[in-house]
Design a protein around this ligand. Structure first.
Ligand SMILES: [Zn+2]
Length: 337
């Protein structure tokens, strides 16, 4: 037994090598480990491994593109910062048996104008018209807050990202869930972001929850949430094979990008609200199903928390949260490069 546990707690093996068009950096472990990767500019990438590992830093890497490897440990995580010699792009993937995290680094082409990867963003203010959504103790309706927030966010995104932003509703009118995704699909939007405010029986709960699509909700709370946001229009999953196939064709090919977008928004909102990042969640939201682009649903904060409800009515407080969503989108766009 002792030997087995020793085998599983072995340190990851680090390797790197130059190839024709890229340099490859590999973390190899005996078993799958959790990790996160973060964009941090064109000269480095940050890879956070769950667990305390004894990995040696490398000062001078013998590589065309890889410069050095810094290693830090904090709160049960081992943080690897891989620095590049030149302005570079990277992609990450996994290999199995043994488990490997692979980062391929490629020099960014010089003098070539990077074409904008995100030109059009559709913001979807949740609810509207007769459909109020959640209501805070002070009487604030989710439909009203989601519209104000989306309008302000639109201004911030247009100003800072130079993108076109379309809202699925401009006023207090009812828009069906299918229409909302149709608007995004017809506009050939690059991102679809549905804006909501959360509700809990526990008035002390606060913080963001960011979702991307799945059939199976990650937990009971998420299942209830999807049910409420879907207004009971779908059950657990699309009911017929035809619907299932349609769904496969639409959002399924964007799930990875959607999950990354969700992660980056969730991380920024959590730090803005000063709460622990509880990670992103998956749930079967009907409004995300037909979207032919990366799509997420953001429950910005809880209006069921009276303190938060009061704060959310203040423009400067909302602006902090809107800037956090903007930073999340900005990080996502950088991650695409
Ligand atoms: Zn809602």
């Amino acid at each position: 037994m002792f030997l087995i546990s020793l085998a599983f707690s072995q340190n990851p093996k680090i390797r790197y090598a130059d190839h024709d068009r890229f340099s490859r950096f590999v973390v190899e472990t005996d078993e799958e480990i959790e990790y996160r990767i973060f964009f941090q500019g064109e000269f480095s990438v940050r890879l956070e491994l769950s667990g305390d590992f004894d990995i040696s830093p490398i000062k001078n890497m013998e590589s065309r593109l890889l410069k050095s490897l810094q290693v830090n440990r904090q709160e049960g995580k081992t943080i690897l910062i891989l620095n590049f010699k030149k302005s570079s792009t990277w992609k990450l993937f996994e290999l199995y048996e043994p488990f490997r995290i692979v980062v391929d680094v490629k020099e960014r082409p010089k003098g070539r104008i990077i074409k904008p990867l995100v030109r059009t963003i559709v913001l979807d203010p949740g609810h509207g018209g007769g459909e109020t959504g959640a209501v805070g103790k002070g009487g604030t309706a989710e439909k009203k807050l989601s519209l104000i927030f989306s309008k302000e966010l639109k201004t911030i995104l247009e100003r800072n990202l130079g993108v076109r932003v379309i809202l699925t509703r401009e006023d207090d009118s009812f828009v069906s869930l299918d229409e909302r995704t149709s608007i995004a699909n017809n506009a050939k939007a690059d991102l679809f972001i549905s804006i909501h405010f959360n509700y809990s029986q526990d008035p002390s709960v606060k913080g963001p929850e960011t979702y991307f699509l799945s059939y199976e909700a990650t937990d009971t709370e998420s299942r209830l949430m999807a049910y409420r946001e879907n207004l009971g229009k779908i059950k657990e999953a699309p009911s017929s094979d035809i619907e299932l196939i349609l769904w496969d064709m639409a959002q399924s090919q964007y799930l990875y990008q959607s999950s990354r977008l969700a992660e980056m928004i969730q991380m920024e909102l959590s730090s803005e609200l000063g709460v622990k990042n509880r990670g992103v969640k998956q749930a079967p939201f009907k409004v995300l199903m037909g979207a032919t682009m990366p799509a997420v649903l953001v429950e910005v904060d809880f209006i069921s928390n009276p303190d938060e409800e009061k704060l959310l009515l203040k423009q400067d407080f909302r602006e902090g949260l809107e800037m956090a969503v903007f930073r999340g989108i900005e990080k996502y766009i950088s991650f695409l490069r």
